[in-house]
Design a protein around this ligand. Structure first.
Ligand code: ARG
Length: 560
């Protein structure tokens, strides 16, 4: 169904391969002009002819056929028109043949892509600041799998650091197993906050905490047991959220996993003459690259976040032999990753070029509260709960007789949270608004889900499309057809740019075009060929919307 290829094969342009011509084909600004446009500006130089003249010649000599019905010059472009019925037959036919696999490909075959995402910190709140990394990473994971790559999802847990000594100290003084069992992560966080308050009055607490941290490092059973309890409690709680959001990991190797894997890195840095001393610390000087030094060991010999990331990158390369390794981490850590990547490059790791920091912007709530501001932590669980409750209220009002209301509300509410975080280019800071993400008429997942429910109900009444043979295709139908056939390209581009928002936007566009068709054209009341085609178009839309939402981790309620 590759019309670009079909067109390109018949364009004769000196020195351009078919692939190049194919890549040059554009979509004209409006459908009136044609379905594809070939720009002749690039050719002007080599052919020593004005683009408009080249276009006129190409159009004149172009051999139209049953697929391409016209080729017309307009300025420096040749506009091609595809036979609508042919397009519709092939596009809808393909979706209905491939179904849940429509849009999938094997372009990534044989390539492993590590994706480091969510990467929560043990004993710290799982707050709205983690929303983007979690859902972006998860969407990239699913997308890579769909396009034939072998993704490895890694939760690089923040499970190492002096804060665990503080926690043990606080737990010993003011905590209990019961308190944590009942209060969960919030209780754990409260202990942590209390430690800091009390340590301000009594600095000896800090020494005590350091002692406990050392005990963890030395493997003292009691300290390790407490630490393990904190870790289990955190993982249990975030696990519930991951389940709601349909997020999965293949590896939970966190920072502490690299405890015994850093010394070889330090040795290698030393051997390669990259380490220098500065105030007792060991650093890699990066001033030649306009960056502050990357600190490898503090003056007390302790390793740092960057040291662990160096060890982790090397470990991942050795273990998975990745084609790319993505780090889905907020842009606040831009410098950190630039430094780590540069150090690996200086170590002579030629694969350092395959490390990608997929940076994203911040999420704040409408009332101005942000993820990290003191005392104003917005728990992700609360945001999800609130969206589900609101979805419940909306459904109760719109469709009180609906069966499985609870389940539908969960799917709608969770979808709203995910879609809200994925709808914009990832680098943009976003303000999360409950009303906006749950607007059934907006650019939202519930709008898309509602469109699916509408399509499903049409199919229930009209019967699923078995055979269809397309006759006339009107403008509304054709817009849907064209959108449907864009899906594979959209997925390819979303992966190239690491932008799941392309998929989210696509879903809204397709839903809008389908709804226009739905309101302008009779489906069930139509007859013969027309009816069969419209049902097929409806089914193809449903399939494609479900595939798109599924890649974002969003389900579709049976009914809404
Ligand atoms: N736990 C870190 C944080 O919350 C994110 C870790 C990202 N991954 C990495 N390999 N550094 O800031």
């Amino acid at each position: 169904m590759d019309f670009k290829r079909h067109i390109a094969a018949r364009i004769k342009a000196e020195r351009l391969s078919q692939d190049e011509i194919c890549a040059m084909l554009e979509l004209p600004p409006n459908t009136q002009m044609g379905d594809f446009a070939f720009p002749c500006f690039k050719l002007a130089k080599t052919m020593r002819k004005a683009p408009a003249l080249i276009a006129a010649d190409l159009a004149q000599s172009y051999p139209c056929d049953g697929v391409v019905v016209s080729a017309q010059a307009a300025g420096g472009y040749v506009n091609f028109r595809i036979d609508r019925a042919c397009w519709a037959q092939r596009a809808v036919g393909r979706v209905l043949a491939e179904r849940g696999r429509y849009g999938a490909s094997d372009e990534g075959q044989g390539r492993v892509v590590c994706i480091d995402y969510s990467s929560v910190n043990i004993a710290k709140p799982f707050h709205i600041g983690h929303l983007s990394t979690t859902v972006l990473g998860s969407a990239l994971y699913k997308l890579h799998a769909f396009l034939g790559y072998k993704p490895v999802g890694i939760n690089h847990l923040g499970d190492y650091g002096t804060q665990f000594g503080k926690l043990i100290c606080a737990y010993r003084r003011w905590g209990s197993r019961k308190l944590l069992e009942e209060g969960g992560l919030r209780a754990l966080n409260a202990l942590y906050v209390r430690f800091h308050e009390e340590a301000e009055k009594d600095p000896s607490l800090d020494d005590e905490a350091r002692g406990f941290f050392k005990q963890i490092e030395d493997g003292e059973p009691e300290a390790v047991e407490l630490f393990t309890m904190f870790k289990d409690l955190t993982l249990r709680e975030v696990g519930r959220i991951y389940e709601l959001l349909d997020v999965h990991f293949d590896s939970w190797a966190g920072e502490s996993f690299y405890n015994d894997k850093m010394q070889p890195v330090v040795d290698e840095l030393e051997a390669k003459g990259l380490l220098t001393e500065s105030d007792g610390a060991k650093i890699v000087d990066l001033s030649a690259y306009g960056m502050p030094p990357c600190i490898i060991l503090r003056s007390d010999g302790a390793s740092l976040y960057a040291t662990r990331d160096l060890a982790a990158a090397i470990y991942r390369k050795n273990t998975y032999d990745f084609y790319k390794c993505l780090y889905v981490v907020a842009y606040q850590q831009n410098l950190h990753f630039q430094q780590v990547f540069k150090v690996l490059e200086l170590m002579g790791k030629d694969w350092a070029k395959d490390l990608v920091h997929v940076a994203y912007g911040m999420v704040s709530l409408e009332d101005g509260s942000m993820s990290t501001r003191k005392g104003k932590v917005v728990y992700l669980q609360d945001v999800i709960d609130k969206c589900v409750q609101k979805a419940q209220a909306i459904i109760a009002e719109k469709n009180p007789a609906l069966e499985n209301k609870e389940e539908a509300a969960r799917t709608v509410g969770v979808g709203a949270v995910i879609f809200g975080a994925l709808y914009n280019n990832k680098i943009k800071d976003i303000t999360f608004s409950y009303d906006k993400v749950l607007n059934f008429e907006g650019e939202t997942s519930c709008y898309v889900q509602y469109t699916c429910a509408r399509a499903r109900s049409v199919l229930e009444k009209g019967g699923a499309a078995k055979d269809f043979s397309v006759g006339e295709v009107n403008a509304q139908e054709f817009e849907v057809v064209k959108k449907l056939s864009e899906f594979p390209d959209v997925l390819h581009n979303a992966l190239e740019k690491y932008e799941p928002c392309f998929i989210a936007r696509y879903a809204v566009d397709l839903a809008q075009l389908y709804n226009k068709f739905y309101f302008d054209c009779t489906i069930l009341g139509a007859e013969g060929k027309t009816r069969a085609f419209r049902l097929a178009l409806t089914e193809a839309t449903l399939v494609t919307l479900q595939n798109a939402l599924g890649l974002l981790g969003i389900g579709v309620p049976e009914k809404m």
